[in-house]
Design a binder for this molecule. Sequence first.
Ligand code: NAD
Length: 498
Amino acid sequence: MSRIANLIGGKSVEATSGRSAPVFNPATGEQSGELGLSSAADVDTAVQAAKKAFPAWSTTAPLKRARYMFKFKELLEANADKVAQAISAEHGKTHSDALGEVQRGLEVVEFACGIPHLLAGEFSRNVGPAIDTYNDRQPLGVVAGITPFNFPAMVPLWMYPVAIAAGNTFVLKPSERDPSAALLVASLLIEAGIPEGVLNVVNGDKEAVDALLHHPDVKAISFVGSTPIAQYIYSTAAANGKRCQALGGAKNHMVVMPDADMEQAADALVSAAYGSAGERCMAISVAVPIGDKTADALVDSLLPRIQKLKIGPAADPQAEMGPLVTKVHQQKVLGYIEAGVKEGADLVVDGRGLKLQGYENGYFVGPTLFDKVTEGMSIYKEEIFGPVLSMVRARDYGHATKMINDHEYGNGTAIFTRDGDAARAFADSIEVGMVGINVPLPVPVAFHSFGGWKRSIFGDHSIYGMEGVRFYTRLKTVTSRWPTGIRSGVNLNFPSVN
Ligand code: NAD
């Protein structure tokens, strides 16, 4: 069983709180590691290391900072398989899915390689007589990231490549449920030669998070996780004068119009609902066919696809869907299936009671499909974060868009149709941050930015892409005149060009 420590100033350092948490292999239910949980003092050690590194790092030429990112990218590519194995070992997702996660994280590193260009400012000559104005974006200082279990390598990579390339130093607090992949990826940036203290990793739970939220030397907090915690992080960070972007939970609807290619829509739905056992913030958890005829056709297309899915541990190369992350989470998802039955939804495919030979203690739940779900049911209103797809039959297009707009979450959504007009109207008016047109998982590429609306985000900056650059920098605007310029004498009026 491995002992999992912090990574501070480029070295592995044990947490000193005396508290620890078990880490499990979700496929077998066996404990695989013991994670030291950090105290406020451990967090302070990491913040001090980052603070010490900041003056030299922030004044290092952006081009040189980018070169570390190029090297990091090479190391990530060379170690992609190893990182994917570390993800699967503690998260449970299949190896090919984990490789996809590494690739999407790596793309943010590729984006950060362009930082000299991304930081270039603007210049205006002669804004007044012989006066020029220019601006540029400067780093904030020590910034921190707090990340969820479901993308243990990718979500940290949404944050620190951009933050660090922009000249900040960073403290990462990964999920305590699957910390090893985040630590492995961070160690690759250390191997790339990044100066000591530029990136630090502290493991822990609420105690470590609260220490970051209250630390006077932490200038900004990036958070990705569930909505109640995102709201807490945002309000606490703001109350402590910190910049904060806090991305929360989701309930993503996919509208299927009567003219959609039903086979394409069914493939997309099964992939987006059950991929990574539904533990994706962009998973489709609600299917919204328009009209009963479309709904019946969709169920007919979904059923054989769901029945064919192969569930198994990541060690099985044939497996398409793995277990849930923890026993507690498995029980929570099973509880929702129970609730759906009690609330009167039609359980078309029941994922309960799945037992895999040799993996009887794994946290597996089979793919589950509910039909005739209504908007008042808890399985509709709440985020389940498991392999449970709810079908809500919409009367018409207006009913579908109203239910999406009325939902508290607004992370992602999709529409499947052959009608360009309907698709365009949907994209224009829907109150959701990321929209797919015949694309079920519209996760923006690294040079765009990721973020939902409504209670799926707190703060005004989405993550990575140019929004990330803006979040991790502050604008400085300089107005300059040299002594040889025009001497205008004392003038108490507000400066303006007449
Ligand atoms: P979580 O909110 O339980 O945990 C996220 C982080 O917050 C972890 O590092 C955890 O240690 C910390 N944390 C948990 N409880 C805390 C508390 N009371 N005080 C302070 N810190 C606390 O989320 P999770 O279960 O790890 O991840 C799943 C959730 O994340 C889902 O809701 C999912 O939709 C969401 N998510 C959102 C996005 C997005 O981009 N919007 C992306 C991935 C995941």
